[in-house]
Design a protein. Structure first.
Length: 482
C-alpha cells in the first residue's frame, strides 16, 4: 500500500512538471503573437484620424451605462468623466441599484434632478423601477432608481431604457480617458464583419494624481505594495493575454469595468445573466455560442489602446473576495457552457478558447497550489531529486518573473504610461517579488473558489475600495494616463 501511495505521489510530481511546461509553451506563443499584434496596431493608429472621426456622422450614438450601488464616494467623479468624453451623440445612464448610502439623494441634490415618467419597453425582465430623474442642465444624463437586483440586473434595466444602438458599460468606481470611447468605437465603422462586443485596456487608478478633470500625473502607489503588484498583473493580463486571444478571435472575457456592446446583440441573447457572479465572461461565451449556432458573422474585439482607470483593492481581505469571485464566475461559466469544450461545431471557440480556459486558466490555480505543497514535501522526504525540484522552481517562479517582465517591457515600448525611470525600476522589482508570496496567495484564493462552487456557496462578495472624496469628482485623462 505504501509503495502504491509513493508511486502516486511521484507520478503527480511529474504530471505537475509536464503541466507547467505545457502551460509555459502556450503563454510563450501568446506573448509572441501579442507583441506582433500590438506593434502593428500602434503603427496603424499613429496616423488614425480619431479627431476627424469625432465629427463624422457615421460614428454611432452610444449610451454609457453605469450600474451603481452604495457608490456615493465615487459616483460623481465617474459621471463627470463620462460626460466629458470626446464623442458625438453620447448618453449617460446611471442605475441606482437600491443604494442604502444616500447616493440617490446626493445625485438629486448635486445635479438638481427632476423626476420624469418616460416610456420604455421592458424587453429584458428586471427588478421593478422606482423612478427616473433628469435635469435640463445636462439633457444627456439620466438617473434610474430601481430595487436592488445586482449588477447584471441593473445593466439590463439600462439596456431597456437606453436610446442608442450601442452601449458602453462602465463600473461606478472607474473613469475613462477622454478619447477612450472614440478609439473603442472606431472598429465598428472600420470592420467589414459586424463587431458585437469590444473591450479595452483597464489600468490601475490608485497612485495617480488628479487635478480637475484630468489625471495630471501617473505614478506608482507609494503606500500600497498590494496595488503595485496588481499593476504588474494588469499589464501582463491585458497587454499579452487578451491581445493574443483577440488575434485568434478567441476572447472569452471583456472586462466588466469597461466594455462596449451592440444593443441588438444583447437583446438577442436576453441580456446579462443574473445568476453568475462574473456576468461579463458568461455574456461573452453566450454571445459566441448564439452567433456560431446561428452561423451569423460577427467579431468580438479587444483593443489595446483605449484606457479605463479603475480602483483596485488595497487590503488582502478585499482582494481575496475579488479573486474568489472572479474565479468562481469562471467555473460557473465553464460548467454552464461545458458542451462547447472540444466541440468542432463552435470552431476555435470550442476547439481552443474553451479548452484553454479550462486547462490553463481554470485548473492551473488548483494544480499550482497543490504543487507548492506536494513537490517541496516530496523533495524533503527524498521522493524526487534536487534537479527536478529546481526545475519546478524555475517553471513556477522564474518563468513567472519572465512573463511579468515582458508585460512591463510591452508597456515601456508601446504606451509608456509610467514615464519615470524610477517607476519602471520599481515595476520590474514588483514583477519579481509578486512571484514570491503574492502569486501563491492568489492561487490559494482561486483554490478556495473551487470549494465554494462544489459546496454551493455561490454569492457575490462585495469588494470595498478606498474611493476618493466627492471633491475629487472629475477624473478623466490626458493621453498619457495609464
Amino acid at each position: 500500500m505504501k509503495a502504491i501511495l509513493v508511486s502516486i505521489i511521484i507520478g503527480f510530481n511529474y504530471f505537475i512538471g509536464f503541466y507547467y511546461g505545457f502551460v509555459q509553451v502556450i503563454y510563450t506563443l501568446m506573448l509572441t503573437i501579442a507583441l506582433v499584434v500590438i506593434l502593428r496596431h500602434l503603427n496603424r493608429i499613429r496616423y488614425a484620424p480619431f479627431r476627424d472621426l469625432e465629427k463624422r456622422s457615421e460614428m454611432p450614438p452610444v449610451s454609457i451605462i453605469i450600474p451603481a450601488r452604495n457608490e456615493s464616494e465615487v459616483i460623481i467623479r465617474s459621471i463627470e468623466s463620462s460626460l466629458t468624453m470626446n464623442y458625438p451623440g453620447l448618453e449617460v445612464i446611471v442605475v441606482n441599484d437600491g443604494s442604502t448610502d444616500g447616493m440617490l439623494d446626493m445625485l438629486i441634490s448635486h445635479y438638481s434632478l427632476q423626476r420624469i415618467d418616460p416610456l420604455y419597453r421592458d424587453l429584458i425582465k428586471t427588478r421593478p423601477v422606482r423612478g427616473f430623474y433628469c435635469t435640463s442642465k445636462i439633457p444627456n444624463l439620466l438617473i434610474v432608481d430601481k430595487e436592488n437586483g445586482g449588477k447584471a440586473d441593473a445593466i439590463n434595466c439600462a439596456i431597456n431604457v437606453c436610446r442608442s444602438p450601442y452601449v458602453c458599460v462602465q463600473d461606478a468606481d472607474s473613469v475613462l480617458e477622454k478619447d477612450a470611447l472614440i478609439r473603442l468605437a472606431t472598429p465598428l465603422v472600420q470592420s467589414e464583419v459586424p463587431v458585437i462586443a469590444c473591450g479595452g485596456v483597464v489600468r490601475v487608478l490608485n497612485g495617480t494624481k488628479q487635478e480637475g478633470n484630468v489625471v495630471t500625473s501617473i505614478e506608482l502607489p507609494r503606500r500600497s505594495t498590494l496595488a503595485c503588484f496588481q499593476i504588474v498583473e494588469y499589464l501582463r493580463s491585458f497587454l499579452f493575454g487578451r491581445v493574443g486571444l483577440d488575434a485568434m478571435n478567441c476572447n472569452l472575457v471583456i472586462s466588466g469595468a469597461f466594455s462596449f456592446f451592440q444593443k441588438a446583440a444583447l437583446l438577442n441573447i436576453g441580456g446579462f445573466a443574473t445568476d453568475n457572479v462574473a456576468e461579463d465572461m458568461e455574456l461573452i461565451v453566450r454571445m459566441h455560442r448564439h452567433y456560431r449556432l446561428k452561423k451569423i458573422p460577427y467579431r468580438i474585439r479587444f483593443i489595446s489602446d483605449p484606457i479605463c482607470w479603475t480602483e483596485v483593492p488595497e487590503t488582502f481581505r478585499m482582494l481575496g473576495r475579488q479573486r474568489r469571485r472572479w474565479h468562481l464566475g469562471m467555473i460557473q461559466t465553464v460548467w454552464k457552457h461545458k458542451s462547447l469544450i472540444f466541440n468542432p461545431r463552435y470552431g476555435q471557440i470550442g476547439l481552443f478558447a474553451m479548452p484553454y480556459t479550462v486547462f490553463v486558466e481554470m485548473i492551473s490555480p488548483l494544480l499550482e497550489f497543490l504543487g507548492y505543497i506536494v513537490i517541496p514535501l516530496s523533495y524533503f522526504f527524498g521522493l524526487i531529486n534536487a534537479d527536478y525540484f529546481l526545475l519546478f522552481l524555475a517553471l513556477a517562479i522564474a518563468y513567472g518573473v519572465f512573463l511579468s517582465t515582458m508585460g512591463i517591457f510591452l508597456e515601456e515600448i508601446t504606451f509608456r504610461r509610467y514615464p519615470k525611470w524610477s517607476d519602471l525600476f520599481k515595476l520590474l522589482l514588483y514583477g519579481v517579488l509578486e512571484n514570491i508570496g503574492y502569486r501563491q496567495l492568489n492561487s490559494f484564493w482561486r483554490f478556495q473558489a473551487f470549494f465554494q462552487f462544489l459546496f454551493g456557496r455561490i454569492k457575490w462578495e462585495h469588494v470595498k475600495k478606498k474611493g476618493d472624496s466627492p471633491s475629487q469628482m472629475r477624473v478623466s485623462t490626458v493621453h498619457s494616463e495609464s
